[in-house]
Design a protein around this ligand. Structure first.
Ligand SMILES: [Ca+2]
Length: 279
């Protein structure tokens, strides 16, 4: 299928359906192409869904939601469903009011993102879509977190979460994986108080990967990569490649929190736009 972004750049074969589509686009554009929605939300918790969910959000959408919690609280978003045309439509998150300086991350595609928590009592979301192709959209719950609550750490794909309750300081949760998948990362997380006197999980949630595989593609504002079996030993003959993707123009910083390989025999090579580096 060929996708036409503007009439000027349309260079592929256009069938009848495309012609009808372009024609109707021109008519819509003459009236008003921007679909606005969103609003300001207050209250301890609630939910947000994209307009038309789950039957598809409109083209030309520009919807901004601003969630305002109590002074001193943080806002946690928990996605229940997420399907947004990848790389053409976006849900942008702003850690505060929706100003460029508060930009946090841009979500797109068909994977349900993990929970995300603001640093202050305001969290904003903006849905933008281009002129063609929609998807189910998104649905999320939001909740005010107080300084003694870590909030729901989320359940990664193929993982099972046990324990928890209120996710308050001192609470523990334990992860396991469904059969056929193995856990990378820490199986147990504890809700602790950090130096800023805020409740946080002591480790990021682990991931479950299919047995006998390693590596993968990681995208999003931040993430975690661990060697297979971490914090246990990796296996012999391992050959794993991870690709970390950022937005065009962004740079990626890789911070090692733990590193141990067999000296002289096993190595990790990091390659990017700079020449490769070997550890
Ligand atoms: Ca679209």
């Amino acid at each position: 299928m060929c996708r036409i972004k503007t009439v000027k750049t349309a260079q592929c074969l256009v069938d009848r359906v495309h012609l009808v589509h372009l024609h109707s686009l021109q008519i819509i554009h003459g009236i008003s192409f921007i679909y606005t929605c969103g609003g300001t939300l207050k209250g301890r918790n609630g939910s947000i869904e994209s307009p038309g969910f789950p039957y598809g959000y409109p083209n030309g959408a520009n919807c901004t939601w601003v969630i305002v919690g109590e002074e001193g609280s943080r806002i946690q978003l928990m996605f229940l469903s997420f399907a947004i045309e990848e790389e053409y439509d976006f849900l942008s998150l702003y850690d505060g009011h929706p100003h460029p300086a508060n930009f946090r991350t841009r979500l797109t595609g068909f994977q349900v993102p993990p929970p995300v928590t603001s640093t202050g009592n305001v969290f904003s979301l903006r849905l933008t879509s281009d002129f063609a192709v929609s998807a189910h959209g998104f649905k999320l719950n939001y909740e005010e977190l107080h300084s003694t609550s870590c909030g729901n750490p989320g359940v990664p794909p193929k993982a099972v979460l046990s324990g928890g309750g209120r996710f308050a300081v001192g609470d523990r949760v334990r992860y396991s994986c469904v059969p056929g998948y193995v856990l990378d990362g820490h199986a147990t997380l504890t809700c602790i108080t950090n130096t800023g006197n805020t409740a946080v999980w002591d480790f990021p949630a682990p991931i479950c990967r299919a047995e006998d595989t390693c590596g993968g593609t990681v995208r999003g504002g931040s993430g975690v990569v661990t060697s297979p079996g971490y914090p246990g030993n990796y296996g012999n003959q391992a050959d794993c490649t991870w690709i970390l993707l950022a937005e065009p123009g962004d740079t990626i910083s890789v911070i090692f929190t733990d590193f141990q390989t067999e000296e002289k025999y096993d190595y990790l090579e990091v390659e990017g736009s700079e020449p490769p580096t070997i550890w």
